[in-house]
Design a protein around this ligand. Sequence first.
Ligand SMILES: NC(=O)c1ccc[n+]([C@@H]2O[C@H](COP(=O)([O-])OP(=O)(O)OC[C@H]3O[C@@H](n4cnc5c(N)ncnc54)[C@H](OP(=O)(O)O)[C@@H]3O)[C@@H](O)[C@H]2O)c1
Length: 291
Amino acid sequence: MDSKNFSLNNGIEIPSVATGTWKLEENQLEDIFEIAYDAGYRHIDAATIYKNEDAVGQALKALQLPRKEMFLTTKLWNTNQTFEDTLKAFEQSLQNLQTDYIDLYLIHWPGSYERILEVWRAMEYLYHEGRIRAIGVSNFNVHHIDLLLKHTSIKPTVNQVECHPYYQNAFLNEYCQKHEILLSAYAPLMSWNVKELIQNETLIDLGKKYQKTPAQIALRWMIQREIIVIPRSKNPKRIVENIRIFDFELSEEDMYRIRCENRGLRYFTEPDNMDFGFLEDTNGGSNGPKN
Ligand SMILES: NC(=O)c1ccc[n+]([C@@H]2O[C@H](COP(=O)([O-])OP(=O)(O)OC[C@H]3O[C@@H](n4cnc5c(N)ncnc54)[C@H](OP(=O)(O)O)[C@@H]3O)[C@@H](O)[C@H]2O)c1
């Protein structure tokens, strides 16, 4: 469990900790990426809807890395859920990110069954063309994944969903693991509710035991469940802190203590209730503050 990489079901290696980019300001990205790279991050999580995909590309370019040194995930937004629009949106993402391939391309939210299948056909096409190294989904419930497993030839490699100590997604994780699909935890620190996470008594107590912060305990707990984590921070100290989670291991008993903290409390929209009225400003599917 010391490895910082997980393996996807198509054999590709994926760094298990990614830098989140939602709500990061354009002028912050260069500094954040530089600190993140020095701290050991090799995975960036972007999305077209975050409206900073081009700034992510610019900041990445400023790092002057060989392209294959950074694993890039980005996501297809809901207004592009046709075959043709997927291809166009993909080209736009490449342009924004100043690259000629994406490591992991995700459907950001599921639409109707018809739309999911049509978009997946486009994703498979891009995958076969060698433009994407792995394809996956985000905010998919079991029934959405089932649809892909029954009707398509390539299964998703990743399902990126809300996951943290108060919303543990144990059943979905078990189901995905059974089908060799990795869960990726967004809002792993409970997003705008991070204060509640760092004030949780169990996480504080375990932090004292392992000489780690509550945030590190929460992230490590997900890594040990074989879940990718995507913490977002603009603070240099916390960026570093969030990846210093590979030098300790939570005992089974302590994993269980965190499991007992589950409250089934989600902060983002339940995917079956996502507003597909295609409003311009959907706040990325979050019910939280706009800024
Ligand atoms: N697929 C989807 O639909 C979806 C939805 C939401 C998010 N995402 C992805 O997942 C990423 C992470 O989720 P998120 O951005 O909502 O929230 P998050 O990473 O759970 O939490 C971010 C908040 O935690 C604070 N923080 C970070 N590290 C900390 C630490 N060690 N101690 C205390 N506070 C800390 C940050 O403040 P500071 O900046 O001040 O440190 C920020 O306020 C996003 O950026 C995005 O890439 C995907």
